[in-house]
Design a protein around this ligand. Sequence first.
Ligand SMILES: NC(=O)c1ccc[n+]([C@@H]2O[C@H](COP(=O)([O-])OP(=O)(O)OC[C@H]3O[C@@H](n4cnc5c(N)ncnc54)[C@H](O)[C@@H]3O)[C@@H](O)[C@H]2O)c1
Length: 450
Amino acid sequence: MSDRYIDFANSSLGHRLVAAIGLPSPVRLERWQAGRLRPVDGALLIGGGPLAAKVLAFANKLTEAIFSYGPEPLVAPAWIPGHGPKLKAVVFDASALAHTDQLKQLREFFQPLLKNLDHSAHLVILGRAPQNLSDPFAASAQRALEGFSRSLAKELRNGGTLQLLYVGDGAEDQLEGALRFFLSPKSAYISGQVIRLEACTTQVQDWTRPLAGHKALVTGAARGIGASIAETLARDGAEVILLDVPQAKADLDALAARLGARSIALDICAEDATTQLIEQLPNGIDIVVHNAGITRDKTLANMTPQYWDAVLAVNLNAPQVLTKALLDSGTLHDNGRVVLLASISGIAGNRGQTNYAASKAGLIGLAQAWAPLLGERGISINAVAPGFIETQMTAHIPFALREAGRRMSSLGQGGIPQDVAEAVAWLGQPGSGAVSGQALRVCGQSLLGA
Ligand SMILES: NC(=O)c1ccc[n+]([C@@H]2O[C@H](COP(=O)([O-])OP(=O)(O)OC[C@H]3O[C@@H](n4cnc5c(N)ncnc54)[C@H](O)[C@@H]3O)[C@@H](O)[C@H]2O)c1
């Protein structure tokens, strides 16, 4: 469904009117186009502590225009505020900040940049996870990065985004994969997030097809976000297997034909779903995306047992039972990737969605609880929590609620299925074993549950 307000706010009359009466003025976000090679289409600025040099070592694979800024210059041309080019991407390594006094470096580094950011600029701050630091003052300084980055993300204009990456010991060699995602339009609708990277033994071999040689199962793939996930995984080189209910077989088969993929018509809640699924995957899989989901909204006072049971069965029980069966049977290979489609409703709660929010929060808990155990086999498990995404599901929301859902975020608009699909595809990559047990919000920094 198209968002006509964005068209209006970006027309010449609309732009002036919106500014004059102080209405939200969302911009058109830049998205990744198939066939594009460089993650950053413009100037990349790097500065800060020791990890900045690590980023510089591969920065020429991100863009041709690399600049440095700050008191300790790197081996890159210096960027001069007011004279240097507009910035498309910025990386600041704050990992060495160990005391309150040093936090002023954040203000000193970022303030001169803010009026020199290009359209849809992507900013990343690097830090060290506070819980891994023994010095309480250093831990406090690193935790301070969280408040700083979430607030600065809210101040960015013109489609800008900002994330904080806590880089664990030994995770430095996974920075390239993370920055290829967070500095590029693939993360257009993600902002204000805090992500932890840990060491991971597997790496992407070919950045033009990061999922080449990997088999991926996507549930609920006949339409909406699931269809977009299937397309994006196929674009990235994966052999995709699409699953949906038998009633959706026509759409499923049409998409499968277009992607050169295989389809499985199966209700994931069928009594024999696990045996049927394992039988249909004799060569195993490397990635499983539990995307199938339903809503049956009612306030709890009016919630029928049928509504409650249906939502919990599809959204939570099926992903649990199927993942366990895929693991126990060895169908999901070692170094596999599990991605669970949660929702910000599972983080913030939502009126009329006690069943849905319980199921989605349960998925976030499942990722958190299972991650250490699956890590022994090199398997990662994460939740992706979309905010308001323009799909058939959200097109049915009453107008006023729909408008509120779109505008109540730092980016002032809903996301599109591709935004969620890009996050899933990134988490499916071999190097993304660096991320596990986490919930990645794709919500434009929604105010809900923030
Ligand atoms: N659209 C949003 O704004 C939004 C926000 C947050 C989370 N999500 C989540 O993202 C996922 C996809 O959402 P969407 O908007 O594309 O939904 P959608 O309703 O458009 O698509 C869901 C798909 O899942 C399939 N499905 C449902 N029950 C199934 C079953 N028992 N077995 C197999 N397949 C089944 C449906 O047939 C459908 O093709 C869901 O898990 C949803 O909860 C969506």
